[in-house]
Design a protein around this ligand. Structure first.
Ligand SMILES: Cc1cc2nc3c(=O)[nH]c(=O)nc-3n(C[C@H](O)[C@H](O)[C@H](O)COP(=O)(O)O)c2cc1C
Length: 196
């Protein structure tokens, strides 16, 4: 089948891309509002962008009422986020945190997700997080005709659980059991392939 994008709805594009450009990593993003409400939400239109400057890109849509999602509002206002790479043990909490709550409601409170303060300069994260990237808002990309806003955040500090290292001197990290997204489903990574 050959398809021309101009004849498709954006939901059709999403269906095809989200099931073929896979597995997508999930940025589980904790931010804090000016009013000090802690917010948590997953984003799978997420990718590492560059190692120098160390940056990630998160594509943030809008709420059905057209307002920016809380994550974007907070990033614009308080400039910081903690990105957790969610593991399979955190699947339920991660999924729950995608619920569209009111701005003044915290997903942490609503879903009883326990928090840990790992770095006092950045928002708290769910307890037992194994990998956390502490980032600052850098810039937004003005994507012509798009309702989705690609946001670039710069990695400033990070936390890697000691147990993940197989060799600390070489920064060699073991497989971390992270959740992958394919379409709207969740998977865990499978076998390693060897070139024979
Ligand atoms: C696994 C997963 C991945 C998601 N990825 C994105 C994404 O890349 N961009 C986006 O705008 N929304 C994405 N969503 C939806 C948001 O998580 C959802 O709109 C959430 O309510 C936003 O929360 P906030 O308003 O607190 O920022 C995703 C949802 C799930 C479950």
């Amino acid at each position: 089948m050959q398809l021309n994008v101009k004849n498709l709805e954006s939901t059709d594009i999403y269906k095809i891309v989200s099931n073929t450009v896979t597995p997508r990593p999930i940025a589980w993003v904790s931010t804090i509002s000016k009013e000090k409400i802690l917010n948590l939400a997953p984003f799978s239109y997420f990718t590492p962008l560059s190692s120098n400057p160390a940056t990630f890109l998160i594509s943030v849509g809008h709420k059905p009422n057209g307002l920016p999602k809380d994550t974007l509002k907070n990033l614009r206002e308080t400039k910081k986020c903690s990105i957790v790479i969610a593991t399979t043990e955190q699947l339920k909490d991660m999924h729950n945190s995608s619920s569209p709550l009111e701005f003044n409601q915290s997903e942490f409170e609503e879903f009883n997700i326990k928090t840990t303060l790992i770095n006092s300069n950045y928002p708290e994260v769910p307890t037992d997080s194994k990998v956390v990237f502490f980032c600052e808002y850098l810039q937004e990309i003005n994507l012509k005709n798009s309702k989705t806003i690609p946001v670039i955040v710069e990695l400033k500090e990070m936390f890697i659980d000691d147990e993940l290292f197989t060799n600390k001197e070489n920064l060699k990290i073991e497989f971390i059991n992270q959740i992958a997204r394919v379409g709207a489903k969740y998977f865990k990574l499978g076998e390693e392939l060897e070139i024979v």
